[in-house]
Ligand binder design. Structure first.
Ligand code: HH2
Length: 281
């Protein structure tokens, strides 16, 4: 399976795609303010490439629970110079993590090939038009409510079915706006309007998302539910727990993993893939 990108490029989804996270935000829950300036950010991204990242997801707005919204101009100021420089230094795929069409468009101009929209096109439906016009890949994620309030007592009847059905409705809406089906990735949105119990049930049923036939992304990296299970309060200490979710995902057929700790997740995914592909007597 391949994820089509602009200019006839494609990402091979038969081997797990590791997407390194580059948050250019002062307030992200795990790596907020970690890179200082553009030089630091480019260096961090290049180190992820060396560790085996296939793509880098670059964001200028935190979506952690309770986060403040950042306007499009400020997001552009944060992400565009870094995308421009990375496009000149590496050929791994660059993704922009934004819900705003203006930011998506400028990021695609600067060299990005994928738009990661955690609102699945609900914040700004023009994101669909921009992705369609430019032939960009598009990640559609499930979120219940909004970052400011999403963790205030989220409720579902059947979380797996509801999240899947929502995502398929958004795939349909993106398709109606002209985005090609084979360019759309769905993501259950671990931690976005979900309790730990909801996250665990979603992780247990990742096969349901894979069975839709869309490419699937998992974003469990360093999230709070891992800390609740392992007792690790510091997000940086949740890499092993994250790698466990990558193993589960590869076993279920998930193709893309959005992670902070690239090397560890690359290795975990590669070992599981090798076992899955093992043949012989
Ligand atoms: N999670 C976060 C941000 N963007 N995109 C997708 N597709 N899936 C995710 O699970 C996802 C996402 C939140 O994590 P992070 O970027 O580390 O933190 P913050 O939002 O605080 O910057």
């Amino acid at each position: 399976m391949r994820l089509h990108l602009p200019d006839r490029a494609a990402l091979d989804l038969d081997r797990a795609v590791i997407v390194g996270i580059l948050n250019l935000t002062p307030d992200s829950f795990s790596d907020g303010g970690a890179y200082g300036d553009a030089d630091g950010a480019v260096g961090a991204a290049m180190s992820m490439v060396e560790q085996g990242a296939d793509a880098i997801d670059i964001g200028g707005e935190s979506t952690r629970p309770g986060a403040q919204r950042i306007d499009a101009d400020e997001q552009c100021r944060r992400v565009i110079p870094v995308i421009e420089r990375l496009a000149g230094e590496t050929d791994v795929s660059l993704s922009v993590d934004t819900t705003r069409s203006v930011v998506a468009e400028r990021a695609l101009d600067a060299g990005a090939v994928m738009v990661n929209d955690v609102s699945a096109g609900r914040d700004d439906t023009d994101v669909f038009r921009v992705a369609a016009d430019r032939g960009a890949a598009l990640v559609l994620m499930h979120m219940l409510g909004e970052p400011a309030t999403m963790q205030d007592d989220p409720q579902y009847g059947d979380v797996v079915t509801e999240v899947r059905d929502f995502l398929m409705r958004r795939v349909e809406a993106a398709g109606a706006a002209g985005v090609r089906q084979e360019q759309i990735v769905i993501d259950p949105g671990i931690g976005f309007g979900k309790t730990t119990a909801h996250n665990l049930v979603l992780l247990r049923h990742l096969d349901v998302f894979v069975a839709t036939g869309q490419a699937v992304m998992l974003g469990a990296s360093r999230k709070r539910f891992i800390g609740q299970i392992t007792g690790q309060d510091d997000p940086a200490q949740r890499a092993v727990g994250t790698a466990a979710t990558t193993v589960l995902g590869v076993m279920a057929g998930v193709q893309m993993f959005r992670v902070h700790d690239v090397g560890m997740n690359r290795e975990a995914a590669d070992v599981v893939t090798a076992v899955r592909e093992a043949q012989g007597k």
